[in-house]
Write a protein that binds this ligand. Sequence first.
Ligand SMILES: Nc1ncnc2c1ncn2[C@@H]1O[C@H](COP(=O)(O)OP(=O)(O)OP(=O)(O)O)[C@@H](O)[C@H]1O
Length: 220
Amino acid sequence: MFYVSSINKSYGKNKVLTDISLTVEPGQCIALLGINGSGKSTLLGILAGSIKPDSGSFGFDTPASTALLPQDNPLLPELSALDNIRLWNPGSKRSVLNEHNMSICRSLGVDTFLDKRVSKLSGGMKKRLSLAITMMSDPDLLLLDEPLASLDLLCKNGILRYLQSYTACGGSVIIATHETSALDICDQIYTLKGGHIRLALDKKTDPDGFASDTYLKLLY
Ligand SMILES: Nc1ncnc2c1ncn2[C@@H]1O[C@H](COP(=O)(O)OP(=O)(O)OP(=O)(O)O)[C@@H](O)[C@H]1O
């Protein structure tokens, strides 16, 4: 289990996160919903270890690992997709295309453009490549910051199906999103408002609450 306990974060006088607590079980997918500037990226950055909270704690109850897929793809545009994979995977040139990594590439359709330069890839291809690289570290908890932004329906669907197969194998996901289609695969929806977090929907106790025409109400 991954726990977050009483996290607080301010930028100067701007109190962004107040007393944030939640838990994520293995195999669970949790959505973070909130308007622009509500603190979703800040919270994910804290959980990924790249932003220091003012107070509070987080971690796993057993040894486990986390990986963050940031909003902007962490790719070098002048390199090929394969060279970007090599860059993020320390090891020999031969071992980077091992069966484990290739199976991730195949699942996300990245194997079809490994030799292409990143600057020539579409937004959806870049996102799938970034996700593939993130998955190669075999994380137990995947932190996703707006992974579906500006992707076409087919690409969104492919990524969502991939995430479903990941959680079906016991992986956990926290996904910050404005996309209602992403909420369909989530077990719980938390909202961030005025710095505070609230469990707004839980599929176990309110399966009927998961309907795209009701999601907007959660933000008010
Ligand atoms: N490095 C920083 N220095 C100062 N203020 C920051 C910094 N990063 C974020 N903020 C502020 O913290 C607040 C939360 O920003 P954050 O990016 O976490 O929101 P968000 O919910 O992810 O927004 P969006 O949906 O637009 O991506 C905003 O008011 C933002 O201006």
